[in-house]
Design a protein around this ligand. Structure first.
Ligand code: MG
Length: 166
């Protein structure tokens, strides 16, 4: 694997909201009456971040690495996936230049949890929190997102070759 160039990656994910599930977003459990449903903890933000990183590595997507048909990942905390993706990134000679992500959610308000989420994401990747920017936007009641039937997230990242100290 050559690591002589800056890489960019994009990730996108959607999960339905369901009653009786804990809500995990950005590696943080958030008190709410619904949680994201999925084979793992349904952490839509972590999944989007993983896919952005894997995209930049040219390594496909999260589903290829951690198939949702594999019982090992049932109920898994998604930060475990992010740690594995970070490990792969380092093995291939890259480091995170910057990571930007947005969550689309009608409720609850996510902004108060951004510092904890950035800490969890940066911690899993072994990078400075200043390299992680998080945002949320409200769908303003429009469509299935506005009816709080689910949440969506998008992420982009820039990876730099490890030897580049810029
Ligand atoms: Mg997902």
């Amino acid at each position: 694997m050559t690591s002589d160039a800056v890489r960019v990656g994009i990730g996108c994910d959607i999960h339905p909201l369901a009653e009786g599930r804990a809500l995990w977003v950005g590696g943080v459990e958030i008190p709410h009456d619904h949680g994201l449903a999925g084979h793992s903890d349904g952490d839509v933000l972590i999944h989007a971040v993983c896919d952005a990183l894997l995209g930049a590595l040219g390594a496909g997507d999260l589903g290829r690495l951690f198939p949702d048909t594999d019982p090992r990942w049932r109920g898994a905390r998604s930060v475990v996936f992010l740690e594995a993706v970070g490990q792969r990134m380092r093995q291939e000679g890259f480091r995170v230049g910057h990571l930007d992500a947005v969550v689309l959610a009608q409720a609850p308000r996510l902004a108060p949890h951004f510092p904890a989420m950035a800490r969890a994401i940066a911690g899993a990747l072994g990078i400075a929190e200043s390299r992680v920017n998080l945002k949320a936007t409200s769908p303003e009641g429009v469509g299935w997102l506005g009816r709080a039937e689910g949440m969506a997230a998008q992420a982009v990242c820039v990876l730099l070759p490890e030897e580049d100290s810029s």
